[in-house]
Write a protein that binds this ligand. Structure first.
Ligand SMILES: Nc1nc2c(ncn2[C@@H]2O[C@H](COP(=O)(O)OP(=O)(O)OP(=O)(O)O)[C@@H](O)[C@H]2O)c(=O)[nH]1
Ligand SMILES: [Mg+2]
Length: 447
């Protein structure tokens, strides 16, 4: 997502930074490019126009033009405006009500049912009692789909009874959720290919019966400008308290994500970044903006690492790395930690720098190669004795041969692992460099 936009913006800014001083014409030319890039990303044209006007107003003042680093200042203005376009401050998905009730709505295939499962998974993990309600009575498979997710997550589900209308089902589930004292009830409503009067009427009735506190539109980020009309219609029909943008892991141009807040005034609460239950992330406007401008979403990556890595372990590892005391046991646990962090291709997206310029095929290739290598290294280390793992420098040729045989790999593979491990000892320095760069970025992005 956003790859093309990101490349176009970065190219424009690179040119801009090349000038020592900026003229009004430089800025205007650059902003024309930015506007084209936004339109090409399928951003709503009014949104793009307003965006450019805002940026232009701010950039043509003396503060920017006469500053020491005008190019960078323009990037900062664009960054700030992008953050504003995404809604400004991060808005948490607050669970309101007792039980908190969440109505999910949206077009056919936008990801409502999947998101219902993901939300249930998330809240169940934080210790809440969650009830899912299958409100799609038209498609028998829809009830089945949610039932499977409920079982997977380990939460209860209410299914429609024969002859029951959607509002009747809603009322029954709402009563049940109160009587049995659930913490959260999530209504997964049925979708349509397009919004019609019947759908609007049904949603209105359903809303009146269940009175949900959270009315959330689930929007496929890949549908582009069309999403804007959809969002407006749902907002006008039943009111919206927030939105979930799905399929941000895809290669769509991302115009919906950029336009939808500006048009509806509703916060984007969460994003779907894959098909698995864990693939739902809170939405941070500032991180998304940094990512588009090629500064990488390092904060999310660090947070993800914190989720899967025990802090004490990480500290111990850092100390060992600094003192050059890492052994192959540590290497193995690092590999295992990386595996827990999910597909490498997702991580590549979050890194600043070159990866933004890679296309999906390149990213996929790198990710695949790393995954194959990690698997190989894991099997080799597992074929070593504990002593060997602690004394990598003492693994001589006979031992290498035995290890290779033990895991069904080649001697060359074992050599490669030991060489890679040796290189890791030199990584302490690189970490320091990365830290410095991060600090620089932080200075640059905070006002
Ligand atoms: N890659 C990716 N796929 C997703 C995401 N969210 C949903 N999907 C997929 O999109 C398809 C449709 O998702 P559903 O959750 O069934 O959509 P729905 O809105 O419930 O559809 P209807 O019930 O037919 O209206 C499924 O194949 C999901 O696996 C996401 O964030 N990323
Ligand atoms: Mg569904």
């Amino acid at each position: 997502m956003f790859d093309n936009l990101s490349t176009a913006l970065q190219k424009t800014f690179k040119n801009l930074r090349g000038y020592g001083k900026l003229t009004e014409k430089n800025v205007k030319d650059a902003l024309r490019e930015v506007r084209l890039a936004l339109l090409e990303a399928d951003v709503n044209f009014k949104v793009a126009r307003d965006f450019i006007n805002q940026v232009q107003d701010k950039c043509l003042g003396d503060e920017v033009l006469l500053s020491v680093t005008p190019g960078q200042q323009v990037v900062k203005v664009v960054n700030d405006e992008l953050v504003a376009l995404f809604g400004g401050a991060h808005e948490e998905f607050k669970l309101v009500g007792n039980p908190a009730s969440v109505m999910l709505m949206g077009l056919h295939g936008s990801g409502k049912t999947t998101s219902a499962g993901k939300l249930a998974y998330r809240w169940k993990k934080s210790g809440r009692r969650v009830l899912l309600v299958a409100c799609d009575i038209r498609r028998p498979a829809a009830v089945e789909q949610l039932s499977i997710l409920a079982e997977q997550v380990g939460c209860d589900i209410v299914r429609p009874e024969p002859g029951e209308s959607v509002p009747q089902l809603g009322r029954r589930a709402a009563q049940l959720s109160k009587a049995v004292r659930y913490d959260v009830v999530i209504y997964d409503t049925g979708g349509r290919f397009q919004i019609d009067d019947e759908l609007v009427q049904e949603l209105k009735e359903f809303e009146a019966e269940t009175q949900p506190n959270n009315k959330v539109l689930v929007l496929d980020a890949a549908i582009g400008q069309e999403s804007v009309n959809v969002a407006e219609t749902f907002r006008d029909a039943v009111g919206l308290t927030g939105m979930i943008l799905t399929k941000l892991d895809g290669d769509a141009r991302g115009g919906a994500a950029l336009s939808v807040h500006a048009v509806t005034g509703c916060p984007i609460l969460m994003t779907g970044v894959g098909e698995k239950m864990e693939d739902l992330q809170p939405f941070y406007p500032d991180r998304m903006a940094s990512r588009i401008l090629g500064m990488g979403d390092v904060v999310s990556l660090v947070e993800k690492a914190q989720e899967v890595v025990d802090e004490k372990d990480a500290l111990k590892m850092q100390e060992k790395l600094a003192k050059n005391q890492l052994d192959l046991e540590d290497f193995l646990s690092q590999i295992q930690m990386m595996k827990k962090m999910g597909p490498i291709s997702n991580m590549l997206d979050s890194l600043p720098g070159n990866t933004m310029k890679m296309d999906d095929k390149q990213k996929e290739a790198i990710a695949k190669a790393s995954e194959v290598e990690m698997k190989k290294f894991e099997s080799i280390i597992q074929s070593m004795t504990v002593w060997e793992r602690k004394h990598p420098k003492s693994i001589d040729r006979p031992r290498r041969l035995r290890i290779a045989q033990g895991c069904g790999r080649k001697l060359a593979d074992v050599n490669q692992l030991l060489k890679r491990f040796d290189q890791m000892g030199k990584m302490g320095k690189q970490f320091k460099k990365m830290e410095k760069r991060l600090r620089h970025l932080q200075k640059f992005t905070t006002k």
